[in-house]
Design a protein around this ligand. Structure first.
Ligand code: ATP
Ligand code: MG
Length: 470
């Protein structure tokens, strides 16, 4: 059982996650705050000072406490200390008019997640709450502790990877934009989270956007948000991911899949550090650290006019290339055993041993789907092996070693051919994941773009009359 399970779920279920406690000795401030918080859809209570707050904390059980600094009886800082010792999972925001940076730093040390300098606009308050909430939903702990990275340890014995990790630790501390390049399943997202976890933003939101998963129009409103009535169907105002990531880190996953018009808008955000909500009047300032990933060589896309050169240079401030698994075969046994242990513990089984012959076999496979494929293979192996040790036959590679890598149309679509088998595999996978292409691509260990190309190829091969002869 991990820490989180022991202390009950981090994300309170049901009503708890809907309650906000406001603590301020100024009645007009209390009223304004109550109004804003309720407008966001939370149920709220207000306490007139720290002791009142502690009593309400027990009965009301809020997920968020917004507290003033200077109050009679119990100060804001003392209140934060008290709350932390009693309810470690509560998110705390300190509001202070006496905003010296020292107080804010002190508050953060005591466990506040954020501070707001009075006077602040209700709009800023709203954005702060939205981004803190998003951070919680991403599973970030309310208290900035390094433990959160423990369960997602990056395992490696490969000297190149070790060097890479230490370089990354260095850059994590800075604000620099990082571009992570690597084949599918090599651990790009894991590294992006590592960068965030080792950065001064560790306890702020980490927001991930998969640029390949959404149709173009939706991606734009997902990123930028929109005002109510901005377009047909925009019934409520939506806060975009840029704003949710405010003060934290934004992961732009599969950035190469973003279309050119959206690339131009992204460039503007990165240059101006402000976001234009769709249908909004004034730009909204954002403070974000961007990490982008790609499984394609982006500069080639630049050469081919598919990716903006100026955006490329903006993103490529600190480029990282994650080597494919087959180039660090030394990690295969280590990772294989790790995944066996993980899957066994998830299924409540005693971990099987992995035989030497299986380890040797694993080191010979091509691992086109890289670490993710290894994870899937070992998970299956645990089930196939039952009580005995894991043997080579329990670990078939998921990936046919040839067909997916071959260029399009290089094979004849004859019955029983590799081409056929590949097509069948793709359709079966799509059916299993209910046509979610991102999931299918992940399972297959290919990029979403390759998947799209393959599907287009199949469609075309079903309309033989319309295909030109070559
Ligand atoms: N070095 C590692 N140690 C432990 N687990 C790893 C390591 N590298 C990758 N993984 C695991 O492998 C899986 C795939 O990693 P991740 O999602 O980060 O890859 P990715 O490069 O983002 O893949 P894709 O391009 O398909 O999005 C995850 O479950 C991740 O936790
Ligand atoms: Mg990824």
């Amino acid at each position: 059982m991990n820490e989180r399970e022991k202390n009950g779920p981090l994300l309170d279920n049901g009503e708890d996650s809907e309650r906000v406690l406001i603590v301020d000795d100024d009645p007009s401030m209390r009223t304004a705050l109550l109004e804003t918080v309720k407008r966001l859809g939370y149920s709220a209570q207000a306490a007139i000072d720290g002791s009142d707050a502690l009593e309400r904390l027990v009965r009301f059980r809020p997920w968020l406490v917004l507290t003033d600094l200077r109050m009679p009886r119990l100060s804001g800082l003392d209140l934060i200390k008290e709350i932390r010792s009693r309810s470690p999972q509560v998110t705390i925001v300190l509001m202070t008019a006496y905003g010296t940076i020292e107080t804010a730093v002190e508050a953060m040390k005591l466990g506040a997640s954020e501070y707001l300098l009075k006077p602040f606009s209700m709009d800023l308050l709203e954005r702060t709450i939205v981004s803190l909430k998003a951070g919680r939903e991403e599973g970030l702990p309310a208290v900035p502790l390094a433990q959160s990275t423990e369960s997602r340890a990056i395992l490696t014995q490969d000297p190149g990877m070790v060097r890479l990790l230490s370089t990354i630790e260095g850059v994590a501390a800075s604000q620099a934009t990082v571009l992570i390049h690597g084949e599918s399943g090599t651990g790009k997202e894991l590294l992006a989270r590592f960068i965030h976890a080792r950065s001064p933003r560790a306890h702020r939101p980490f927001i991930a956007v998969n640029c390949a998963a959404l149709p173009e129009g939706l991606l734009e409103s997902e990123l930028f948000g929109h005002e109510r009535g901005a377009f047909t169907g925009a019934l409520i105002r939506k806060i975009g991911k840029f704003e949710m990531a405010h003060t934290g880190t934004l992961l732009l996953d599969e950035i190469s899949e973003m279309n050119l018009p959206l690339q131009a808008k992204l460039l503007r955000v990165l240059q101006e550090r402000e976001v234009d909500r769709i249908g909004g009047r004034d730009p909204v300032p954002v403070n974000i650290r961007v990490v982008a990933t790609t499984n394609r060589a982006l500069y080639r896309d630049v050469e081919q006019g598919r990716f903006r050169e100026d955006l490329y240079y903006r993103l490529n401030v600190f480029p990282i290339t994650v080597p494919p698994l087959r180039e660090r075969a030394i990690d295969i046994p280590l990772l294989a055993k790790h995944f066996v242990a993980q899957s066994a513990s998830r299924n409540g089984l005693t971990p099987s041993t992995v035989s030497e012959s299986a380890l040797a076999h694993l080191q010979r496979l091509a691992w086109k789907g890289n670490v993710r494929e290894l994870e899937n293979v070992m998970e299956r192996a645990v089930l196939l092996a039952g009580d005995g040790p894991i043997l080579p036959e329990h670990c078939p590679s998921e990936m046919p070693s040839e067909p997916l890598g071959l260029p399009l149309r290089s094979q004849q679509p004859t019955n029983g051919s590799l081409w056929e088998m590949e097509r069948e595999l793709i359709f079966k996978t799509l059916a299993r994941v209910k046509d979610n292409r991102t999931h299918a691509a992940k399972e297959l260990g290919i990029s979403i773009r390759t998947l799209r190309n393959k599907l287009r190829e199949y469609r075309e091969s079903e309309r033989p009359l319309s295909i030109p002869s070559q």
